[in-house]
Design a protein around this ligand. Sequence first.
Ligand SMILES: *Cc1c(COP(=O)(O)O)cnc(C)c1O
Length: 228
Amino acid sequence: MTDSNQAASNLEAIKQTIDDAAGVVKHEAGPPTLVCVSKTHDGAEIIPVLAAGQRVFGENRVQEAMAKWPDLKKQFSGVELHLIGPLQTNKVSDAVKIFDVIETVDREKLARALSRVLAKETEKTKKNLPVFIQINTGEEEQKAGISPTQADAFISLCRDELKLNVVGLMCIPPVEDTPGMHFALLGKIAKRHNIKNLSMGMSADYETAIHFGATHVRIGTAIFGARK
Ligand SMILES: *Cc1c(COP(=O)(O)O)cnc(C)c1O
C-alpha cells in the first residue's frame, strides 16, 4: 500500500471512531466535523484524501495555504479551509481570501484588524467569515489565546462592537495536563455565550474531546502519519 492510500484508509478508520464516540454521547447536532490537518503535507499527499470525499481541512500558515490550496480548490469543489495557526495582522487580507473559517482569533489587535478588512470585503462580497475565538484554557504564557478570565469581555467585543461572525471557541490544552478539564472549561464558556461550536481534540485526544461536546476535531498525524 502506498502512503497516500494509507492516508485515505486512516481517514475511514477515524471517521468510524468519531461516529462511535459521538454515538455514545448522542450529540444533538450529529457527529463532529473532522478538520483534516494537512499542514506540511503537499498536494500529492492531500489529493487521495480529497478523492476519498474529505472536504474540511486545517492549515496553520497563511503562506503555505496560499501555495497549496488555490490549485486543490480548483480540482475539488466544496472545500472548506480552516486557519488553525496564529495569524499576524499583516497577513489578515491574504488569510480572508484563502481561508473559509478562522479558528484562531486570539487577541484584540487581530480582532480589530479582521473587522476592518471584513468591513471592506462586505461591501464587495458580503462575506461573513465565520471565526472561532481561541481560548488559552491552561493560561500558558507561551501559548496563544485569550485567558479564560478575559474571555467574556473579549467575546462581547468581537460580537457586539466588531461585528465578527463568532461561531465557535477553540483550544489546545497543555500537553502535560489531562485534557478533559480544559475541554469542559471551553464548553462552559461557550454555553454562557450561547456559542454552538467547540473546536477541540487532536490525534491524541479527540475521543475525549467528543465526550466533552466537541463539534470540530482537528486531526493530522492520525491521518497522514508523523510530520517531517
Ligand atoms: C497541528 C495541529 C493539529 C493536528 O495535530 P495532530 O496531533 O497531528 O493531530 C491540531 N490543531 C492545531 C492547532 C495544530 O496546530
